[in-house]
Design a protein around this ligand. Structure first.
Ligand SMILES: NC(=O)c1ccc[n+]([C@@H]2O[C@H](COP(=O)([O-])OP(=O)(O)OC[C@H]3O[C@@H](n4cnc5c(N)ncnc54)[C@H](O)[C@@H]3O)[C@@H](O)[C@H]2O)c1
Length: 308
């Protein structure tokens, strides 16, 4: 019987599947107690984390007998994968399992921000009738959606957007224009600069790595079409959120949705307070009841397989 430590939240039934075969320590708040986490890590054969547990340095050193590291999600920027693999650990992400949740968030944000007609509740409750102000929203069909990063999530976004009648263009740093994945998903390849210039909505689906850090800085945002919408569900540090706020206030950008931040939780940020047509969400685009179940069972099964 192996010992499995789970340091962040996981679907309870998937935890049950693991504990029917192995000894499991499941503490969703263990990530907030570094000393206890280090103790638990030293005695485990498998560690399961979400995105808050930083698996690097001292923690990797403590994982002396650990054979497998399960990641309840996709991005591996909280894990020193090289150091884990050098110690013989298998690192397993839940690739694809939350793609639909993120893609639906992107579509909902695109429609909401292009239309701009859903923020009248407070004014109407006070007797307002802002029909003229809200009557200039844009339809989604026929607009150009630019997808940066054409992996699991990017392709799912493309499929849903095509269903709405959007024109989809996409860029991926490691795929060439002739890659069949573009035509299969109904997207046309575009270079990065062209995509930024042409898109009514730009959405990012790249990992946080050296080549994507600062990818959407102030000059790149300034190169977007006037009034375009920017959606970032990928990672903080990829988009300069301060530059987004400035572009919304100047009217250069027509809307933005930001789900991921340089520092999470996001500290109080008055800069966002008066931004028009801005949606901020607390890193939830990939987290739904359904995706939590899919992600948790996928990782539970793969960890069990690796321990066999
Ligand atoms: N906010 C959330 O809840 C949430 C949930 C899931 C994933 N994510 C983030 O979304 C990212 C993408 O997820 P995925 O499942 O689609 O990953 P994926 O690995 O399937 O696809 C990522 C794609 O990005 C491409 N890419 C890498 N560097 C690039 C660059 N410099 N320019 C353009 N393309 C580049 C890769 O070639 C790959 O095709 C994850 O790395 C993660 O950070 C966030």
């Amino acid at each position: 019987m192996a010992r499995i430590v789970i340091s962040e939240f996981m679907d309870e039934r998937a935890v049950g599947q693991l504990s029917s075969l192995h000894e499991v320590l499941y503490e969703p708040k263990l990530v907030d107690d570094p000393a206890r986490l280090l103790d638990a890590a030293a005695a485990c054969d498998a560690l399961i984390v979400r995105n808050r547990t930083q698996v690097r340095g001292e923690l990797v050193a403590a994982l002396g007998r650990c054979r497998v590291l399960g990641r309840l999600g996709v991005g591996l920027d909280n894990i020193d994968v090289g150091a884990c693999e050098a110690r013989g650990m298998q690192v397993i992400p839940a690739t694809g399992a939350n793609a639909l949740s993120v893609a639906e968030y992107v579509i909902a944000a695109s429609m909401l921000l292009l239309r701009g007609a859903f923020a009248s509740t407070a004014s109407m409750a006070q007797g307002g009738w802002p029909r003229t102000a809200l009557g200039n929203g844009r339809e989604t069909a026929g607009k150009t959606l630019g997808i940066i990063g054409f992996g699991s999530i990017g392709r799912t976004v493309a499929r849903l957007a095509r269903g709405l009648g959007m024109e989809v263009i996409a860029f991926d740093a490691v795929m060439d224009a002739g890659d069949a994945a573009f035509s299969t998903a109904g997207a046309a390849f575009a270079g990065l600069d062209e995509l930024v210039r042409r898109s009514d909505v730009v959405t990012l689906h790249v990992p946080l790595v050296d080549s994507t850090r600062g990818l959407f800085n102030a000059p790149r945002i300034a190169a977007m079409k006037k009034g375009a919408v920017l959606i970032n569900t990928s990672r903080g540090h990829i988009v300069d959120a301060m530059a987004v706020a400035a572009a919304l206030k100047s009217g250069a950008l027509g809307g933005a949705a930001i789900d991921v931040f340089d520092v999470e939780p996001l500290p109080a940020s008055p800069v966002f307070e008066d931004c028009p047509n801005l949606v901020l969400t607390p890193h939830v685009s990939g987290v739904t009841a359904e995706s939590n179940e899919r992600v948790s069972f996928l990782i539970a099964n793969k960890v069990l397989e690796a321990l066999r």
